[in-house]
Design a protein around this ligand. Structure first.
Ligand code: FMN
Length: 239
């Protein structure tokens, strides 16, 4: 983020390139070291970002992963980086201090795949083996429609949770995207353990209190979302 004359803007970035095969072990060890550094710095745990078209998600999806080596092609291969990273961080700091964020159908940053169900059930089943603190799933299109679909059938999030549990997973099942209190209560009744709130937390510094007493809520101001300045971050009123 760049601030020019008080106006925030995004900075240009380099054109992405495919990682060389020889570079991948270094990437995995970067994740391992970052996890260790976080714990050394006093954090309780870390969340690996495998969602929204970021690096691990780019490897997962057939439409962005064009590799012909051991990290491309089959689901087994496309999930290899995620598995290596999750094994590294959970061995380093303990699975109970690790979570992961996934977004099976979001088109964020051009993420796309024709068969997300098979792909993410494979991922969930593997995650079940790691004794993680939680798995954090974004439903639908991140920051947009919860019912957004990709692939040939509506995505079955219950089946995803089942695959995680059948893989041995007992960690909390966290959901995100466009939740309000009523929708969150319903999701918990349907078997979720945790709900992640984004925009409503930005706009309500005391969101937990407001949720407990069922409102009222400040309305998020989209104009200041990516601001990088105090406006929109530290000036929403508490109750
Ligand atoms: C200002 C802002 C910045 C965000 N930055 C990220 C990000 O860097 N990475 C990410 O995965 N999601 C990011 N998100 C998405 C949120 O984590 C969340 O998934 C999304 O807002 C949906 O949840 P909500 O409806 O409760 O806000 C961002 C959202 C907002 C509003």
């Amino acid at each position: 983020m760049l601030i020019e004359n008080g106006v925030p803007s995004f900075v240009p970035t380099s054109v992405p390139r495919a990682l060389e095969l020889a570079e991948i072990p270094g990437i995995v060890s970067d994740y391992r070291r970052a996890a260790k550094n976080a714990i050394d710095a006093g954090f309780d745990g870390i969340e690996v970002h495998a969602a929204n078209g970021y690096l691990i998600d780019q490897f997962l999806r057939a439409d962005s992963n064009h590799r012909t080596d051991a990290y491309g092609g089959s689901i087994e291969n496309r999930t290899r980086l995620l598995k290596e990273v999750m094994l590294a961080v959970s061995q380093e700091i303990g699975g109970g201090r690790c979570g992961i964020r996934i977004s099976p159908v979001t088109p964020a940053n051009d993420a796309s795949d024709a068969s997300p169900q098979a792909l993410f059930e494979h991922v969930a089943s593997f995650l079940g083996t790691l004794s993680l603190a939680y798995v954090h799933t974004i439903e639908g299109s991140t920051g947009a429609a919860r019912d957004f679909q990709q692939g040939e059938v509506p995505f079955d999030y219950m089946a995803l949770k089942k695959a995680y549990q059948q893989g041995g997973g007992h960690g909390a099942w966290m959901l995100n995207n466009a939740y309000d209190r009523a929708l969150a209560d319903q999701a918990i009744a349907d078997g979720a353990d945790l709900i992640a709130f984004g925009k409503s937390f930005i706009a309500n510094p005391d969101l937990a209190t407001r949720l407990k007493q069922n409102g009222p809520y400040n309305t998020p101001d989209r104009a200041t979302f990516y601001g990088g300045l105090a406006a929109g971050y530290t000036d929403y009123p508490s109750l």
